[in-house]
Design a protein around this ligand. Structure first.
Ligand code: PMP
Length: 350
């Protein structure tokens, strides 16, 4: 080993979903939105003043922050934006989880939490989901240095009721509780309405799923002004996390078109519900997803075999080679036509 190698930080990295290239494939593996961004985004892009790129972007992201504050009915000082919700959550780990006590998150959940905890040397414990993949709020009553969980959960798609979410916040008022609502727009009830009541609550959302803007990397958090100020102080200390100018402009444009947003979300919900029926007919079982994906297991054929067979057809779904997950495929909800193509193949194959 060369001497300098011993100084290199060793990490077990997060493994992102594949981004295969090509036009003819059906991509149902990373929970992107199958519909294009709001029409105003294309218009804004066409008329973008390229000369502005000479300058640095607004470090306070004030236009996007203001658009989000208006949309969600909170003050500008209650909104924090970042380079995707991954960035927002990473900043939150650095800002809020500095106790010697362990941060709590579910054992089956968004796998980045463990990666960040390890990277930032934050101790953690992972209360187990029950046999039906459900979160039990009582498991989060123990002493801890912070709590984070996705609602709906990933990769199961299961939604916790707002009462259960509030229960978890109420029992953890000495620490910051982060509700990661990446998939909340697909039929869940957001914890945003609890912000007024709980100063220790941070709700994180993203433009990557319901708002069709994964490629632009836009995420945000809403909470008490003191939480938002703390996040900004940390963010300004890592200047590389500042959002780029096109994302700021196009993100602000996205928030303006609520009609398009609601229409596309409803189309995805309708396709999801229809897909549940088709999956059941084909012999799959799955937790009852309230997100834009279904976590499904077949009663006869292994998930690995199906994953490989689908890939040969250029249909990409997500397979997790991990304990408890390896019998399941996580299938993102595409357009109705994409889902029909998936089911037509499965019908022949199974
Ligand atoms: N939270 C959860 C639960 C997710 O599944 C994802 C998407 N991989 C994210 C956060 C991050 O999304 P983004 O960084 O694109 O906003």
């Amino acid at each position: 080993m060369r001497a300098w190698e011993s100084n290199i930080r060793k990490v077990v990295p997060y493994v992102p979903g594949e981004q295969p290239k090509g036009d003819r494939l059906i991509k149902l593996n990373t929970n992107e939105n199958p519909y294009p961004p709001a029409p105003g985004v294309a218009e804004a892009l066409k008329h973008m003043d390229i000369d502005r790129f000479r300058k640095y972007p607004d470090p306070t992201a004030s236009d996007l922050v203001h658009a989000l504050a208006e949309y969600y009915g909170v003050g500008d000082d209650q909104v924090f934006v970042g380079v995707g919700s991954d960035d927002v959550i990473a900043m939150s780990f650095l800002t809020f989880f500095n106790s010697e006590k362990p941060v709590l998150f579910p054992d089956v959940s968004y796998s980045f939490y463990k990666v960040w905890a390890d990277l930032f040397a934050i101790p953690y414990e992972t209360p187990a989901l029950d046999a039906n993949f459900c979160i039990h709020p009582e498991d989060y009553y123990r002493e801890n240095g912070g709590v984070i969980f996705p609602n709906p959960n990933a990769p199961t798609g299961l939604l916790l009721s707002l009462e259960a979410v509030e229960d978890m916040i109420r029992h953890n008022q000495d620490v910051v509780v982060i509700v990661d609502e990446a998939y909340i727009d697909f039929g869940g009830k957001s914890a945003l309405e609890l912000i007024k009541k709980y100063e220790n609550l941070l709700v994180v959302q993203t433009f990557s799923k319901s708002r069709s803007m994964a490629g632009m990397r836009i995420g945000f958090a809403i909470g008490h002004p003191d939480l938002i100020k703390a996040l900004n102080d940390v963010k300004y200390s890592y200047n590389s996390y500042t959002m780029n100018m096109p994302s700021l402009i196009l993100g602000t444009e996205t928030v303006k078109d609520d009609v398009y947003f609601k229409e596309t979300v409803q189309k995805i919900i309708d396709t999801r519900e229809w897909s549940k029926t088709r999956l059941t007919e084909l012999g799959f079982t799955f937790p009852d997803s309230m997100s834009n994906f279904i976590f499904a297991s077949h009663n006869r054929v292994s998930a690995k075999e199906l994953f490989e067979a689908l890939k040969k057809q250029q249909i990409y779904v997500r397979y997790f080679d991990q304990p408890r997950l390896s019998n399941y495929l996580r299938i993102s909800i595409g357009t109705r036509e994409e889902m029909e193509a998936l089911f037509a193949f499965l019908e022949k194959y199974l």
